[in-house]
Design a protein around this ligand. Sequence first.
Ligand code: GLC
Length: 531
Amino acid sequence: MRRPVDLQTEITQTPAWWHDAVFYQVYVRSFADGNGDGVGDLDGITSRLGYLELLGVQALWLTPFYRSPMVDHGYDVADPRDVDPLFGDLDAFDRLVTESHRRGIKITIDLVPNHTSDQHEWFRAAVLAGPDSPERERYHFLDGSGEHGELPPNNWTSIFGGPAWSRVADGQWYLHLFAPQQPDLNWANPEVAADLARTMRFWLDRGVDGFRLDVAHGMAKPDGFPDMAPGALEGAGVLHDNALDPRFDNDGVHDIHRMIRKVLDEYPGTMAVGEIWVKDSERFTRYLRADELHLGFNFQLVDADFNAESVRAAIESSLAAVATVDSPPTWTLSNHDVVRHVTRYGGGELGWRRARAMALVELALPGVVYLYNGEELGLGDVELPDWARQDPIWERSGHTELGRDGSRVPIPWEGTEAPFGFTTGTASWLPIPAEWATLTVEAQLEDPDSTLSLYREAVELRKTHPAFAGMELEWYGAPEGCFAFRRKGSGLVCALNTGPRPVPLPAGQILLSSMPLSDGQLPPDAAAWLL
Ligand code: GLC
C-alpha cells in the first residue's frame, strides 16, 4: 500500500514528524511478556501501549523481532521478513502497528543490513556450495593467508572479541565483524541490495513509519581487505576512526544509504536513523546528506562524563556536526549496548541524582531524543550472577568481559516480588533484582517525586510549551562545574550543576527541577528548567 501522494505535499510543507520527537527504544525481549514464557514479545508491547501514551513518547524503536537463532538476541537474522515465534507472529505485529497508530504513536523497527545469521538460507547454501560459487558471493569468503591458507586473510578482530574470520570445512574463511554466527554480507553483490529493498517494502507496506539501521557505518568493505593499523584499537573508545580501522566507515557505504533513501522516498512520511559509531564529525555528517539518512544516532552524550565541561563539549560538537545538513541533532544517554547512565554516573543515589539531571539536560535540547526503556524509572545496570549471562561478548571473551546483559534486565511493572508483572510465568529471561520493588512502574506512577513523574512532566512540557522552539542555543556564563543555556528565540533556560556546592540560578521562574532547590539554589548533581 503506497501512501497517497497528496500526503507528500502536506509533509514537505510542515516539519517532518520526527524533527523534535521523543522516541522510546523498546528492547523487545525485556519490555513486557504477553505469553508467560519469560521473554518479552509483541503482544506484551501492545498490552502496555497505554503506559507509553501516558509517558508521552511519540514513536517507538523496536529492536529485532525477526526469525533468529538468538545468538545475539535477534541481531542474527535468519529471515528478515517474518516474526520469530518467540516474539509472536505477523498478526501480532499488525495488531501492534494498528493499536500504536490509533494512539498516535509511530512505529520504527530495526533493520540489520550488515550481516545475517549463519542459519539464513543464503549462508547455509553458501557453505554447501563451495569456493567460487555464486552462493559464496553473497558473503565475504576468502582464502586464508600463510603457506597453506591456515591463517585468517587479514588481522581484523571481531567487535565481540577474537578474530573477525572463521574457517569452513573446505578451508576458506568468511568475515564476521560480530559473532561467527553473524556472517557479513557482501554489499558489492546487487542481490544483497535488492533483498534489503524487498525487506523494507515488506514492512513499509505493513505500515511502519521508519527504520533504525543497525551498524549503518559498516556495510561497505574496503577493496583488498587491508589490515587494521597496529594499535588501531588502543584508546579508540567506542567510536571508530576509519584512518586506523578499515573495518568501518568506508566511503562505499554512502551509495548503500542512497539506495535505502530511494526506497523510503516511495513512502512519504517515513524515515531512517542510522547507528553510526564514527569518530570524526565531518565523516559523521556525510551520512546525513539530503539523499542519505534522515537522522544519525549521536553517541557523544554516552561518551561524556558527568561534568559540565564534558557535557557542554558534547552538546556543542553534536550541534556543530549537523549544522551544515538538513538533519536535526539526536540525543541519547543509554541503549541496549552500553552501561545504563545511572551506573555510568556512579550508581546508587549519586548515579540516580545525576541521571535525573541529565534527563532534563537532554530533554531541553533541540532535535530528537531517544530514550531507552527503563531509564524513565531510573534503572541502573544489574550485577548479574555469571550463570545468568547470555551476551556473546561474555562467552567470546572467555568470561573476561561481562557484556551487555546488565543493561537488558526486564522492566519491573508492578507488585512486590520478581518478576514484577513483566511475565505471568515464574521467571524472566534475566533475573530482576529484588531491590527493584521500589522502582516498579506501579510504585512510581502516582508519586510526584519519582523519576517516572519527572520524565512524564518533562516530556509533556517539551511537547506542549512554546519555550522549546528553535534549533539554536545560547550559553550563559556560569560558575565552575556548571552550565546554563537558553533556547534562542523561545526562551527555555536549562542549568546544570555538576560541582560540589549549591549555586545560584539564572534569573527566571522555575519550570521543573531534577531535585528540590536548596534555599533557592541549584544543589549539586542537579538540573533545572527556567523561564
Ligand atoms: C549493533 C546492535 C548490537 C548488535 C550489533 C550486531 O551494534 O546495537 O546490539 O550486537 O549491532 O548486530
